[in-house]
Write a protein that binds this ligand. Structure first.
Ligand code: FUC
Length: 349
């Protein structure tokens, strides 16, 4: 395996560092310490052709200017928190309201905009990038000083594992994920309407008109939210189900996972033969079909547009703190948080 490092620029007196990892099979992964952002993943198609399968930029300036969280780590709490308000032990916390009057993806200066400290760990079969950051008490309004560690490990089996760890000195909430937009066609040749998704999920969470969970879980039976036997993303784009319409014609929904670490999420692109298997220890995955991607910028020469990529954000449930019936995202003092997700890249033949 090979890993190279280069300094791209300086931001707020800190170096923006890019790491490029190439495994023995030729798979390539490039990451920045700005937001722990995955900028490129090159994997083979069914003919062995290596192409990039994620949305990303080559400069930090483009991430600062345009990025709808391309490839970044999201935190402290992924998804929306209604009115940016929650209570822990009777104490009310007010978060940054950066999405209408709601809180989204950790706030104005979320983890996606932080320059993390980074170190490289190498062994025979893998290379890991370890990113660290200390988030101070009341940063973006959240309680507790939280020590964070994000580790991306690339193996020779064309796998990437993503491990998020946090330890707080006070009871708080944490819900980290990675916001990579996948497009398995390679080099954004096509958009993701014909990608097929299979999910081990019997229920998705109903959203209100501001895309916040209402608290109701809906059975997927006989809806375009039933991915148990696989279905194409297009089904949700053409659907007249009110939940697809309010998501901007498509999907922007948390799905509750029936199983963990059991190939519970599979994304396939028939034409390229590329296949991504996602396994996690988290209770849900947010499927976001790129419905809000606007066309005001280019992505490495390709016009950005709706449905150019889709996100599969493995995580705890958005706004869980305001819905006691959902699995909690509360982290106890000195009791570490650990979220693990694995992406395995294969071909279908
Ligand atoms: C996703 C969505 C949001 C938002 C954003 C860019 O996670 O849930 O609706 O538009 O990312």
């Amino acid at each position: 395996m090979k890993v190279t490092q280069s300094v791209l620029s300086e931001l707020d007196g800190k170096q923006v560092i890019e790491h490029r990892i190439i495994n023995n099979a030729g798979m390539e992964v490039t990451c920045l310490n700005y937001g722990c952002t995955i900028t490129r993943i090159l994997v083979p198609d069914q003919n062995g052709k290596m192409e990039n399968i994620v949305l990303g930029f080559d400069t930090v300036q483009e991430y600062q200017k345009h990025s709808p969280y391309f490839g970044a780590v999201i935190g402290r709490h992924a998804g929306r928190i209604k009115n940016g308000v929650f209570k822990i032990d009777g104490e009310e916390y007010c978060l940054a309201q950066n999405n209408l009057n709601n809180h989204l993806h950790g706030g104005i200066n979320g983890f996606d905009k932080i320059i993390w400290d980074v170190s490289v760990i190498e062994d025979d079969e893998s290379v890991s990038l370890n990113y660290c950051y200390l988030s101070n008490h009341l940063e973006e309004g959240y309680p507790g000083n939280v020590k964070l560690n994000v580790t991306y490990t690339v193996t020779n089996n064309n796998e990437i594992s993503l491990i998020y760890e946090g330890e707080s000195d006070q009871r708080t909430i944490l819900n980290l994920t990675n916001h990579t937009y996948f497009n398995l066609s390679g080099e954004l040749k096509r958009s993701v309407e014909t990608h097929k998704l299979t999910l081990k999920s019997n229920e998705f969470l109903e959203l209100d008109e501001n895309l916040i969970p209402t608290g109701r879980a809906i059975n997927v039976d006989e809806t375009v939210f039933d991915f148990r036997n696989g279905r194409v993303i297009q089904d949700g784009i053409t659907s007249i189900h009110s939940q697809n319409l309010l998501a901007g014609r498509g999907y922007d929904h948390p799905f509750l996972l029936q199983e963990n670490n059991a190939e519970e999420i599979i994304l396939e692109d028939n034409d390229s033969g590329r296949k991504l298997i996602i396994e996690t220890n988290q209770p849900s995955v947010v499927l976001y079909s790129g419905t809000q991607l606007d066309n005001e910028f280019q992505i490495r020469g390709i016009q950005s547009r709706k449905y150019l990529g889709l996100c599969l954000e493995t995580q705890g449930v958005p706004d869980a703190i305001n819905h006691p019936q959902f699995p909690t995202t509360i982290v106890e003092k000195d009791k570490p948080y650990k979220s693990v997700t694995k992406w395995s890249f294969k071909t279908t033949n």
